[in-house]
Design a protein around this ligand. Structure first.
Ligand code: NAD
Length: 466
C-alpha cells in the first residue's frame, strides 16, 4: 500500500540486489494520521482501561497468532533480510515468548503502598504514558519489533511502529495478527518509510510522548537531539563492539564454539556479537588457528537453503561498508587469517566469506568501530589488567563475555568491564526478566522485565489523609 501521497521506495532482494517490491514511503501526513488513530484509541478506547487480565488474554492470542504464522514469517524474514532460514525459524517463537512474558508480568504486577504515621497513606498507581513511538532496525526485525510492542501494549499504551526500510516484509503480518487477536482498532499502527522521513516525523510528533529506538549509535544521537525539544522519554538500544575475553585456563572448546557462533550466526548482524576476541597470550596462536579453521568451514549459501549457516548481508550499501572495513583492516596491517572475500558460485548479492583478522591493534579502526557483519577481530593480552583495558578501549559498552575456569577472576573482571550485560562461560542465554541495554555509546536506559513496564508507564503517587 502506498503512502497517502502515493510515495513508495524499492525493496531489494539481498541475494540478487534486484528490487522485488515497492514499499510505502510514509511521510509526516501518514505519521500524523497513525498518531491520530493511536491517540483516539488511547483517549477514548478500552485498551488502557482494560483489566490487566483482559489485556493479557489478548496478548496471549497475539502470541498464538505469531506462532501460527511461524513458517510464513521465517520465509519472509529469510527472503527480506538474507538470514539463513534455519536461524529465521526461531524468531517467531522468541517473538511469541515476548508477548506471553509481558502478558504474565502485568497480571502478576503490583504497586507499593506506604503507611505514613497513623493518619496518612500513600499509594502508587501505574498509568500508561500514551502513544508509544517504536523505531526498529533491520536485524531480526520481527523479533525486535515484538520486544517493544509487547511491553508497550501490555502497559496499556497504544503504538505507532516504524519498521526499518531495508526489511519491511515481516511487519506487514502484524496488522492481521493483531486484529484477529482482538486488539481494538487504533491501538496498533504501523507506518513504513525511510528513517529520515517517517522515523523523523514520529520523533517530531507532539502527541507521541516517548520513543523507543533500536539502531545505530549515530542515528540514536540524531533522534535524541530531535526529541529533546519535546522532552520525550527515550529508550536507546544502540550499537556494540563487544569483547569476548578468553583466558588460557578456559574450556577452549566451549570458548571457541561460542566465539564462532557469536560472530557468524545471524550473518554477524547481531548487536551483542562478540566482535573483538581478546585472547591470553599462551593460547593465542592456538585460538587464532582454531577460529580461522572454523571460519573457513562456515557454509555460506542461499538464505532459503537449510544447510546455509551464513546467508546474504542485508543490503548492498551495508555490504559495501563491511567490505570497506575489510580493506581498512588490511591497510592497518591486521593479519587476515580467514575469508575477506566473496564466495564463488553464488548470485550477485551480498555474500561474504566468514572473516577473521588476527593481531588487531587497539588503535585500529576495525577494533574500534562496529562492523555489524561476519568479521571477527582477534587481539592478544598478557595480564588481567590489560584484558580489562582492552575490553574497555572502545566507545561502546553493550555486552561482554569472559571465558575462564577461575570464577573469582571472572567476577573481578565483571565489575571492571564497562558493559550493560556480561556473560561468564556462557553466551546470550538471557532470561526475559533481566535488564537489557548498554552503557557508553551503546545506549540509554534498560528494557526487559519491569524495566520495560517502567518505561511505558508513569508511576503516579497518591497521598491520602485517613
Ligand atoms: P539505523 O540506525 O540505520 O536504523 C534504525 C531505525 O531508525 C530504522 O527504522 C530507520 O529507518 C530509523 N531511522 C533512521 N534515521 C532516522 C531518523 N533521523 N529519525 C528517526 N528514525 C530514523 O540502524 P540499522 O542499521 O537498522 O540497525 C543496525 C544497528 O542497530 C547496529 O548498530 C546494531 O548494533 C543496532 N542494534 C542494537 C540493538 C540493541 O539492543 N542495542 C539491537 C539490534 C540492533
Amino acid at each position: 500500500m502506498p503512502s497517502l501521497g502515493g510515495e513508495t521506495f524499492p525493496v531489494l532482494d539481498p541475494v540478487t540486489n534486484e528490487p522485488y517490491t515497492r514499499c510505502a514511503a510514509g511521510q509526516s501526513a501518514d505519521v500524523d494520521r497513525a498518531v491520530g488513530a493511536a491517540r483516539r484509541a488511547f483517549a477514548e478506547g478500552p485498551w488502557p482501561r482494560l483489566k490487566a487480565r483482559e489485556r493479557s488474554r489478548i496478548l496471549y492470542r497475539i502470541a498464538e497468532g505469531i506462532e501460527a504464522a511461524d513458517a510464513r514469517l521465517a520465509e519472509l524474514e529469510a527472503y527480506d533480510t538474507g538470514l539463513p532460514i534455519t536461524q529465521a525459524r526461531g524468531q517467531a517463537h522468541r517473538a511469541a515468548e515476548n508477548f506471553r512474558f509481558f502478558a504474565d508480568m502485568i497480571v502478576a504486577g503490583h504497586e507499593d503502598a506506604f503507611q505514613v504515621g497513623e493518619d496518612q497513606v500513600n499509594h502508587v498507581i501505574r498509568k500508561p504514558i500514551g502513544v508509544a513511538g517504536l523505531i526498529t532496525p533491520w536485524n531480526t526485525p520481527f523479533m525486535l519489533e515484538s520486544w517493544k510492542l509487547a511491553p508497550a501494549l501490555a502497559s496499556g499504551c497504544t503504538v505507532v511502529l516504524k519498521p526499518a526500510e531495508w526489511s519491511p516484509l515481516s511487519a506487514s503480518l502484524l496488522p492481521e495478527i493483531m486484529a484477529e487477536a482482538g486488539v481494538p482498532a487504533g491501538v496498533f499502527n504501523v507506518v513504513h518509510g525511510i528513517g529520515e522521513e517517517a522515523g523523523a516525523a514520529l520523533v517530531d510528533h507532539p502527541r507521541v510522548p516517548l520513543i523507543s529506538f533500536t539502531g545505530e549509535t549515530t542515528t540514536g544521537r540524531i533522534i535524541a537531539e530531535n526529541a529533546a525539544k519535546h522532552l520525550k522519554a527515550l529508550s536507546m538500544e544502540l550499537g556494540g563492539k563487544s569483547p569476548c575475553v578468553v583466558f588460557a585456563d578456559a574450556d577452549l572448546d566451549a570458548a571457541v564454539d561460542a566465539a564462532v557462533f557469536q560472530i557468524f550466526s545471524l550473518n554477524g548482524e547481531r548487536c551483542t556479537a562478540g566482535s573483538r576476541l581478546l585472547v591470553e597470550r599462551p593460547v593465542y596462536d592456538q585460538v587464532v588457528a582454531r577460529v580461522a579453521e572454523r571460519a573457513r568451514n562456515v557454509r555460506i549459501g542461499l538464505p532459503g537453503d537449510p544447510d546455509t549457516e551464513l546467508g546474504a548481508l542485508i543490503h548492498p550499501e551495508h555490504y559495501a561498508r563491511v567490505r570497506e572495513y575489510i580493506e581498512i583492516g588490511q591497510r592497518e596491517g591486521a593479519r587476515l587469517v580467514a575469508g575477506g572475500d566473496r564466495p564463488q558460485g553464488l548470485p550477485e548479492g551480498n555474500f561474504l566469506n566468514a572473516t577473521v583478522f588476527a593481531d588487531v591493534k587497539p588503535t585500529d579502526r576495525i577494533f574500534q568501530e562496529e562492523i555489524f557483519g561476519p568479521v571477527l577481530c582477534v587481539t592478544p593480552f598478557d595480564t588481567d589488567d590489560e584484558a580489562v583495558e582492552l575490553a574497555n578501549a572502545t566507545a561502546y559498552g553493550l555486552a561482554a563475555y569472559i571465558w575462564t575456569n577461575n570464577l573469582s577472576r571472572a567476577n573481578t573482571l565483571a565489575r571492571e568491564i564497562e558493559s550493560g550485560m556480561l556473560w561468564i562461560n556462557s553466551q546470550n542465554v538471557r532470561d526475559l526478566r533481566t535488564p537489557f541495554g548498554g552503557v557508553k555509546a551503546s545506549g540509554i536506559g534498560r528494557e526487559g522485565g519491569r524495566h520495560s513496564i517502567d518505561f511505558y508507564s508513569e508511576s503516579h503517587i497518591v497521598h491520602t489523609a485517613l
